[in-house]
Design a protein around this ligand. Structure first.
Ligand code: UDP
Length: 470
């Protein structure tokens, strides 16, 4: 058989856990096929990422200095998931812009065969063009959502394959922010999607490719790459609870008896909202793992604690519930047989991780593109039910006007956890999609085949360039 010379690929991730985790996972997919991947990162992010992806001689990290002093951030805060206020958030965005020069210098000195970059680095377009290499872009969204975003800004026809009405209107600044990045994305060689074709559906893939003339490559779910249990537990950040503690607690619970509650890496609910969650889940009577922000530390005073958690809540629910203050080993939890539903903000990673585990969702979108994801989950694929959230915030630390009340939370949880016809049907479909997700990444599955085809395309481009240079 003809020996294929390995491709040299550079991956550039943005400074958000929800983007860098799946992008780096996708990098390892290329490595598993014998290609050479360099992840361009910053020191603290590289440290975290190294722990969650399998090490391999073909996988390297190149770190550029993070401009902590220039932007005024404390050492080690290099990611929007680690910021503690709105001011720091702005500083992370400023730092993102400042990474252009060092990254560009590195790439120009050692050009690869292809660059895969987060869509928040639109300047990579010119860099790749000048080096005459393909640029693939990654935005962390499902293709369904990309279609919906384009159709709302009129780049695509407004008639999506399914008529959807969102439960809230997007903030104007979000549309303005996304539009320019999405437009630049269409000028790339292709879009890499952390999803599998069956979940977005052929109808959306056709719709996207036909209306934009742009190619989308479904290579996911990225969370399903083979990993040791330790790598699974440390994916994204160091967990505040040990995997063994979580697993042995879950082992003691009946199948599908626990609701997992987590709102991703950048959601900051006010105390009043956390209080409603506590009341809602307690009233439902079901078991739970509830992930709350780290600052809700055990050492806080009783006076502070009762603002977000009813008095005696943990004592009353000691048997039934577990409150995790900080980062949870989400992949491990979602793949445990005791977990029967996921009350989630519908971040795309969380969604595709729940789907891969066959876990039905109770959808509670908060910001970003999550209100679109909710519709794919509830109305389009029928793998979850809506809790009734109707306020679309920007990422940030601002007050929310509308709370989701305890009654709605209890109702949402009961719709899945109490059983009944609707719950059974949602669970059946979720499990079906879970099987499809695992098939997609296996030998001969849709994502596996897409990766083969993409590698073939990139190799052809590289070889044609070499030939023309002779
Ligand atoms: N995550 C985790 N533990 C936590 C919170 C989040 O492992 O306590 C991971 C989760 O598995 C997912 C990512 O962080 O891979 C969050 O990404 P998502 O797109 O769901 O939401 P975002 O954080 O971008 O809002």
């Amino acid at each position: 058989m003809e020996e294929i010379r390995p491709l040299k690929l550079y991956f550039i991730h943005s400074l958000a856990a929800g983007h860098m985790i799946p992008l780096c996972d996708i990098g390892t997919l290329f490595v598993s096929r014998g290609h050479h991947v360099t992840i361009i990162s910053t020191p603290s992010n590289a440290l975290t990422l190294r722990k969650s992806i399998p090490s391999h001689p073909f996988l390297r990290f190149h770190t550029v200095q993070f401009p902590s002093q220039e932007v005024g951030l404390p050492d080690g805060i290099e990611n929007i998931s680690s910021v503690t206020d709105a001011d720091q958030l702005v500083k992370i965005f400023n730092a993102t812009n400042m990474l252009q020069t060092p990254i560009q210098n590195f790439v120009e000195e050692n050009p690869p065969d292809c660059i895969v970059a987060d869509f928040l680095f639109p300047w990579v377009h010119d860099l790749a063009k000048n080096l005459n290499i393909p640029r693939l872009v990654f935005n962390g969204f499902s293709l369904f959502t990309v279609c919906a975003l384009h159709s709302s800004n009129s780049v695509l026809s407004p008639t999506l394959p399914h008529p959807i009405t969102l439960n809230a209107s997007p903030p104007k600044e979000l549309a303005e922010f996304l539009d320019k990045y999405l437009e630049m994305e269409l000028r790339s060689y292709g879009l890499i999607v952390n999803n599998f074709a069956e979940l977005d559906g052929e109808e959306y893939i056709r719709y996207y490719e036909k209306t934009t003339g742009h190619k989308a490559w479904h290579l996911g779910p990225a969370s399903l790459i083979p990993r040791t249990p330790e790598e699974k537990a440390e994916r994204g950040m160091k967990s505040v609870v040990s995997m063994h503690e979580c697993v042995s607690w879950l082992d003691s619970k009946a199948e599908n008896s626990v609701v997992y509650i987590c709102f991703g890496s950048v959601c900051h609910f006010p105390d009043k909202q956390l209080y409603e969650i506590a009341c809602g889940i307690e009233a439902s009577g079901h078991g739970f793992i509830w992930v709350v922000p780290e600052k809700k530390g055990k050492e806080e005073s009783e006076e502070e604690k009762v603002k977000w958690m009813p008095e005696g809540f943990e004592e009353r629910n000691a048997e039934k519930g577990m409150v995790i203050r900080g980062w949870a080993p989400q992949l491990v939890i979602l793949n445990h047989r005791a977990v029967g539903a996921f009350l989630s903000h519908c971040g795309w990673n969380s969604t595709v991780e729940a789907v891969s585990g066959g876990v039905p969702m109770i959808t509670w979108p908060v910001h970003g593109e999550q209100f679109y994801n909710e519709k794919l989950i509830s109305e389009v694929r029928g793998i979850g039910v809506e809790v009734g959230a109707a306020e679309w915030n920007g990422i940030g630390f601002g007050e929310r006007q509308m709370l989701v009340c305890r009654e709605s939370i209890e109702r949402g949880v009961r719709r899945i956890m109490d059983g009944g016809d609707e719950a059974q049907e949602v669970r059946r479909r979720s499990q079906e999609f879970g099987e499809k997700a695992r098939e997609a990444v296996g030998e001969g599955g849709s994502s596996h085949n897409n990766l083969t085809a993409l590698i073939h395309d990139l190799t052809r481009l590289r070889d044609a360039k070499l030939l023309s240079a002779k």
